[in-house]
Unconditional design. Structure first.
Length: 137
């Protein structure tokens, strides 16, 4: 997303080195645009952290899994917000932005809402994820 001036794959090593002896459970919310970047981070951290979930794209993915070395992973956990929307924003304002390529003030959509997420069932003894259940209400 070009928000960080540092490479997150390098930065995470320093962060893990600092916290790994202090935490029983390590969870990474990886807020990134590209699904490939999120998937790569999941494999990069497999066995080094307990859970990696992606955010930012607002669309729940169907790839929840426990990776080979025990890390629970999903590319994007989804969103909480209006169902008839473009990532939570008014459909017509969003279409106008794409259609005209001009800036258009985003307006929050209204109506029936959805709740996406994941429930991670964790083994109390090992602090490892045993099961992942997708939430889509």
């Amino acid at each position: 997303m070009n928000v960080l001036s540092e490479n997150p794959f390098i930065m995470i090593n320093d962060i893990l080195e600092e916290i790994e002896d202090k935490a029983d459970l390590i969870i990474l919310d990886f807020h990134a645009e590209a699904t490939a970047e999120k998937i790569a981070m999941g494999y990069y951290l497999d066995g080094r952290v307990d859970i990696v979930f992606g955010t930012h794209t607002h669309v729940q993915t169907a790839d929840a899994q426990i990776l080979e070395n025990g890390t629970a992973y999903i590319t994007d956990i989804g969103m909480t917000g209006p169902k008839k929307s473009v990532i939570g924003m008014d459909v017509f304002a969003s279409i106008k932005r794409f259609e005209t390529t001009l800036p258009e003030k985003y307006k929050l959509a209204e109506g029936l809402c959805v709740l996406n997420g994941c429930i991670f069932e964790i083994d109390d003894t090992t602090c490892r994820v045993k099961k992942i259940e997708l939430l889509n209400m």
